[in-house]
Write a protein of this length. Structure first.
Length: 281
């Protein structure tokens, strides 16, 4: 079974649009882009388009690459205080001279729709209500829709980033899975992955996870998005999993592109709607 992230995302975005229409005011999402990284620029434009299509206001702040940390902090404080803004997203990566952790910590946790602030990370780790990072949230929604009750299943998360790996593990623990976080220094990684009923690959290495690593019938969520050389001087997008090999073994698998990616933006809209609903109460 190919898990169609585009279809899941379309359904979620339609739900969000219905929720937006029921509010007494228009929710707003502010996105801050520092510099001109091409991939980030494309992603920010996609977020803005999706935000407007859901009936929300999109506030985009494009700043030059030499913006100082102090000026970026000042902008975040301004957005924290702006009643028209329900969600704040500072696009990563930031230029080297800016401390990303310091910027993230400046965001009001109640507007942190990316779920990256220390407060929201702590809430997730301790099982309290807060904003969950969008990529693992989307992955979990697809997992539950595909497999139903996840209780007791063995899950292996490959990757230990604060953006995907750690929050994904926390979410799976919350679903009563038995969770292993694997990474570049894990001994005999293929053997660890072969135990898994659920594999979440978020390591950033093209097609690292091979088909013979996958337990027959396992569900594979491929978070990786890697651009590699293709024929005739062109490039293509591939995941962290060797798709053709894994598809022959897995019970269900997400493609790249068209898997987790669309759900990331849809969950960003979901979190922004949640923020607006809480602020309206």
């Amino acid at each position: 079974m190919i898990i169609d992230g585009k279809a899941f995302a379309a359904d979620l975005r339609a739900e969000v649009a219905k929720g937006v229409a029921m509010l007494s005011r228009v929710p707003g999402l502010a996105v801050v882009l520092v510099g001109s990284d091409p991939a980030s620029a494309v992603y920010v434009r996609a977020k803005g388009k999706a935000t407007r299509e859901a009936g929300m206001a999109s506030f985009q702040h494009d700043l030059p690459a030499d913006t100082s940390q102090a000026d970026l902090v000042a902008l975040v404080h301004q957005l924290n205080a702006d009643d028209a803004v329900d969600g704040i997203l500072v696009q990563l990566p930031l230029p080297d001279h800016i401390d990303a952790n310091a910027i993230i910590a400046t965001i009001d946790p109640d507007k942190d729709v990316d779920g990256f602030t220390p407060e929201n990370a702590g809430r997730l780790a301790t099982g309290l209500q807060g904003f969950v990072p969008c990529t693992p949230l989307g992955a979990l929604m697809m997992l539950k829709a595909t497999r139903g009750d996840l209780t007791g299943l063995e899950a292996v998360v490959i990757g230990r980033s604060n953006i995907v790996g750690k929050p994904m593990a926390a979410l799976l623990l919350g679903e009563s899975c038995t969770v292993t976080i694997a990474h570049s220094r894990t001994k005999d990684l293929p053997a660890v992955v072969r135990r898994a009923d659920i594999v979440v690959a978020a390591v950033g290495r093209p097609e690292m996870v091979r088909g013979d690593w996958i337990k027959p019938g396992a569900t594979v969520i491929d978070v990786g998005i890697n651009r590699v050389d293709a024929t005739e001087g062109k490039t293509k997008l591939v995941g962290d999993v060797a798709f053709a090999e894994a598809e022959a073994v897995a019970g269900a698998i997400t493609p790249v592109p068209g898997g987790v990616g669309p759900m990331t933006i849809a969950c960003l809209l979901k979190n922004t709607l949640t923020s607006a609903q809480r602020r309206e109460r």
